[in-house]
Ligand binder design. Structure first.
Ligand SMILES: [Zn+2]
Length: 462
């Protein structure tokens, strides 16, 4: 092996074992055995599939503030309670309660032709108060919107038709590159006098399923309704606008924001045997949007978090630091649960080593996306070889999990389980985020990968 080749392999983590001192190598071997035990238990006796089936078929959609969200809390208490954590409790939090109401109707008329559109209200949008009919102006970038005069926008819908980039290999990056038209579109459109915002669904699919998601208002700007169009509808509208820029668009949405509701995070604890006052959390979010049973977003995360608890108990592995399994309420529309958790942790001056979240769907795990210091990253890279046998060794620096952000500055590492994200954005926030899209074995592999990461952090700290 040439010197250069040796260092390349070393850098890639392929021969990292040989570079470790003898005692580190011994513990590396011990860690391998522990991790194998976790995977074996998950793959032989895992409960993620039966739990996910219950959640999706018996409870279903569980948007913040809904009775189903409360049912999920009750079920999570029962289910995790059966795995005998050292303690399990609820953390109260007030959450928004938005209701879609009767199904939206939408169409455009052009040259005597009426074309029906597949549309859903964006989460948090105001309704249209009857039928809202207006012409449309299409933009595919912020610069294009900025270049329009107020006269060109006033009294119209702004149609944000910027697609996700299909050539971006990391589809999460493609999503992040365009999500601002959904979150900020209504504000930007209203500032120029628009009557509403129509947003191309954030998906790589060409189909008839509109994808909802959070949008925001600015108190200084008039609220206007905002809706997502399926990609097929967006393409039809764009095509029709080219031929008839004066076409009329009609939208009826019946959604309404109700008063905030008292809800809860669910937290189960396993006490650390050596450093009980240092915490590693592993979490997922309870709430979904209202269009589907939220199997991937984030039902899978919920049952994986439950499984991490079960794996520790079933294998008898004692964590050195305290582990908290956290099911957050309200990730989708404000992350109020995660914010509450971070506030309480700060008030109690709790020392958090790392916070982990699974929120990337029921697909094959590939590794982790981590926000941490250079020293922290060096440590994670040393652990890479331990994840290689399980194909979960793709460890990269990147911030991702919405529920992790409030712990920034309080935890040394924010860690998101990463999956084969090629598939996630076909179903994300749409009516087809269902149980049948989830592969049971891949969910178990993800749960075991998180348990393995928790073991290492709880053993060595960061
Ligand atoms: Zn999610």
């Amino acid at each position: 092996m040439r010197i250069k080749q040796f260092f390349l392999l070393l850098a890639a983590g392929v021969i990292v074992l040989h570079s470790l001192p003898v005692n580190a190598q011994v513990s590396h071997d011990a860690d391998s055995v522990t991790i194998r035990k976790l995977y074996n238990e998950a793959l032989q006796n895992g409960k993620t599939d039966s739990n996910l089936r219950y959640l999706t078929s018996r409870i279903g959609a569980r948007i913040s503030g809904s009775p189903q969200a409360q049912q999920t809390i009750d079920w999570a208490m029962r289910t995790m309670g059966q795995y005998h954590p050292d303690s399990i409790y609820l953390q109260p939090v007030m959450v928004p309660h938005w209701v879609r109401g009767a199904k939206e109707t939408s169409y455009f008329t052009s040259k005597g032709r009426k074309v029906t559109m597949d549309v859903v209200a964006l989460g948090g949008s105001i309704g249209t108060n009857g039928i809202l009919m207006a012409p449309v102006v299409e933009v595919t970038s912020w610069a294009a919107l900025a270049a329009l005069t107020d006269d060109q926008v006033r009294g119209r819908f702004v149609f944000f038709n910027r697609p996700m980039d299909p050539t971006e290999i990391e589809t999460f990056k493609a999503y992040l590159a365009v999500v601002d038209q959904r979150t900020q579109g209504a504000i930007a459109a209203s500032k120029k006098g628009a009557v509403g915002a129509l947003v191309r669904s954030l998906t790589l699919a060409k189909d008839d399923h509109p994808h909802t998601g959070a949008m925001s208002y600015d108190t200084a700007v008039k609220k206007v309704p905002a809706a997502a169009l399926s990609t097929n509808s967006a393409d039809k509208l764009s095509e029709a606008l080219r031929k008839d820029p004066a076409l009329r668009y009609s939208l009826r949405m019946n959604c309404i924001q109700l008063p905030d509701v008292l809800s809860y995070n669910v937290i189960a604890e396993l006490k650390g045997s050596v450093h009980p006052n240092e915490y590693v959390t592993v979490g997922a979010h309870i709430d979904t949007w209202d269009l589907s049973e939220g199997a991937s977003d984030d039902g899978v995360g919920i049952v994986q978090v439950m499984e991490v608890l079960r794996l520790f108990k079933a294998t008898g592995i004692q964590p050195e630091r305290t582990i908290r399994m956290i099911l957050y309420m309200n990730e989708e529309s404000g992350a109020h649960g995660a914010i509450k958790y971070a506030q309480q942790a700060s008030l109690k001056a709790e020392k958090h080593v790392a916070v982990i979240e699974s929120d990337a769907g029921g697909f094959a795990p590939r590794g982790f996306r981590i926000e941490t210091s250079a020293a922290g990253m060096a440590q994670f890279q040393q652990w890479r070889t331990l994840f290689m046998p399980y194909k979960a060794d793709d460890i990269q620096l990147q911030q991702r999990g919405v529920d992790l952000v409030p712990m920034k500055g309080q935890a040394k590492a924010l860690i998101s389980l990463d999956t084969d994200d090629s598939r996630l954005f076909y179903i994300h926030h749409s009516a087809i985020d269902t149980y049948d899209k989830v592969n049971p074995r891949e969910v178990l592999m993800g749960a075991a990968a998180m348990a393995a990461m928790v073991v290492l952090i709880s053993r060595y700290g960061l």
